[in-house]
Design a protein around this ligand. Structure first.
Ligand code: GDP
Length: 454
């Protein structure tokens, strides 16, 4: 991958659309476009201007387009860049890209635009990763957190703190040059204060990961219960309601995220629903081991009782099994209230089960409220720094541990060279986090997950 090449890719979605956006970046971006564009001379236009004309392959007119020109360093990648808005037909997109390739551009690799923005210093690594998160955000809360991260909230602070720490590292190392002489350039109290300050900054970020993970990845949810308790009926009822809500919004033709509902800004992903969809599946009706197996995949379990066909003794027996489970939050649901005997109703009410009829879509709202109540969630406020990436979590944790060793070293008056080693480690982890230190593997790992055109 050559970073001085001019790259091109479709930046908008695949398939038919009113408009498609093709993006170029690189030194030759404007020159190459100018070769195939008939209209004003793009080389003479100011940055951030828009021009109408046609894209041609020799004498053949491919489409009428609008071309936006961005001049280095004032673009997303800091390089010369062009955005061509053409009619959103896959044929046009293909032909336009083909003629640009013929004139010296090459196809962009996944995430290459964002990678260039990072390599050219336009954003740090945490911000670059947030671009991907923002595009993939499935809820409004996830969008908000990704946007905050992209705008450079905590990573900028961490970079500044890292600079302060670098200063101390060099002072401590300078002392080492003086060998036997008893000099102390790095005031130990100041160093301790800085380390504590960094730890105070990092600790809440580390603690925010639980919440961040939920915001980004949703809550894995399982609907469990004996065969015929109404699991698939409930799943369908919940998903259909969600679909109805979304398709009510005019103009949305959103592709549905399979088996997911959004409540209170949090996505609940129904996992392992394959068996539930095919109710004639014999294997699925095979009892408790399989049910327990499924329940292990969840952090939230909706456990259904069939109130039309279950005795109090059976419920008590199943409850005994459930209480043996740890970890996941379990919500007990009494289904088929429409067919329940009064005596049984009184019993399950006393146990505070949520009573619904999945088939008649009765009290589903009560169930949803219960779900939200059980999932402890804090409101995300504008400006909250929340980490959502496992990579960030691990690197912050390692930084914190290294700083802890620095503090211990200071307390026990460890020799300067050992303290310097721990400081260097902390600097390393912090540097990898923000991208001040990178390896090809790390970058490949991050940007290969992006789509082409990002
Ligand atoms: P699963 O095996 O747990 O997935 O159960 P199903 O969803 O396939 O439901 C089993 C049967 O119970 C089906 O015939 C459903 O129509 C019926 N059923 C589901 N929910 C209710 C309900 O709330 N009331 C009544 N009367 N029947 C229901």
């Amino acid at each position: 991958m050559h970073t001085h090449d001019t790259i091109v890719a479709l930046a908008s979605g695949q398939g038919l659309a009113a408009i498609a956006l093709i993006r170029l970046s690189g030194e030759e971006a404007i020159t190459i476009t100018n070769k195939v564009f008939k209209g004003k001379n793009l080389l003479e236009q100011a940055s951030h201007t828009l021009h109408f004309g046609t894209i041609r392959d020799g004498a053949k007119i491919i489409d009428e387009v609008l071309v936006a020109v961005f001049k280095a360093p004032h673009s997303f990648t800091t390089e010369n860049a062009v955005e061509i808005s053409c009619h959103g037909s896959p044929v046009i997109v293909r032909e336009v890209i083909k003629v640009l390739l013929k004139n010296g551009a090459r196809l962009a690799e996944p995430g290459e635009f964002t990678k260039r923005a990072f390599l050219n210093g336009k954003m740090d690594l945490v911000q670059a990763e947030a671009v991907g998160d923002l595009i993939h955000a499935e809820t409004d809360t996830a969008r908000q957190v990704a946007l905050q991260q992209m705008r450079g909230g905590y990573s900028k602070d961490l970079a500044a703190l890292r600079e302060e720490l670098i200063h101390f590292a060099s002072l401590v190392e300078l002392e080492l040059d003086f060998g036997e002489e008893d000099v102390e350039f790095a005031k130990r109290d100041d160093l301790r204060n800085l380390v504590v300050k960094i730890q105070h900054y990092i600790a809440p970020l580390i603690a925010s990961f639980d919440q961040g993970n939920v915001i980004k990845n949703g809550i894995p949810t399982v609907i469990a219960g004996k065969p015929n308790s109404g699991k698939s009926t409930l799943l369908n009822a919940l998903l259909n309601e969600e679909r109805a809500i979304v398709s009510d919004i005019p103009g949305t033709t959103r592709d549905f995220i399979e088996d997911e509902i959004v409540l209170g800004g949090i996505a609940f992903r129904f996992v392992d629903t394959a068996g539930l969809r095919d109710t004639t599946d014999i294997v699925e009706s095979m009892g408790i081991e399989r049910t327990l197996e499924r329940m292990k995949k969840a952090s939230l379990i909706l456990y259904l009782y069939d109130l039309a066909n279950t005795s109090i003794e059976e419920i008590e027996a199943q409850e005994a099994l459930l209480t043996g489970l740890s970890g996941a939050t379990i919500i007990r649901v009494g289904n088929k209230v429409d067919k329940a005997k009064t005596e049984l109703l009184a019993f399950v009410r006393s146990k505070q089960f949520v009573l619904i009829s999945a088939a008649q879509q009765q009290s589903l709202d009560v169930l949803k409220d219960k779900i939200l109540e059980k999932v402890s969630r804090q409101e995300v406020k504008q400006g909250d720094a929340i980490i959502t990436s496992l990579r960030h979590y691990q690197q912050l944790t390692q930084t914190h541990e290294a700083l802890e060793r620095v503090l211990e070293g200071l307390m026990t008056e460890l020799s300067g060279d050992l303290i310097a080693m721990d400081i260097r480690q902390a600097l390393h982890y912090l540097g990898e986090l923000t991208g001040a230190i990178t390896t090809d593997d790390l970058l490949d790992n991050i940007f290969s997950k992006f789509c082409i055109g990002k």
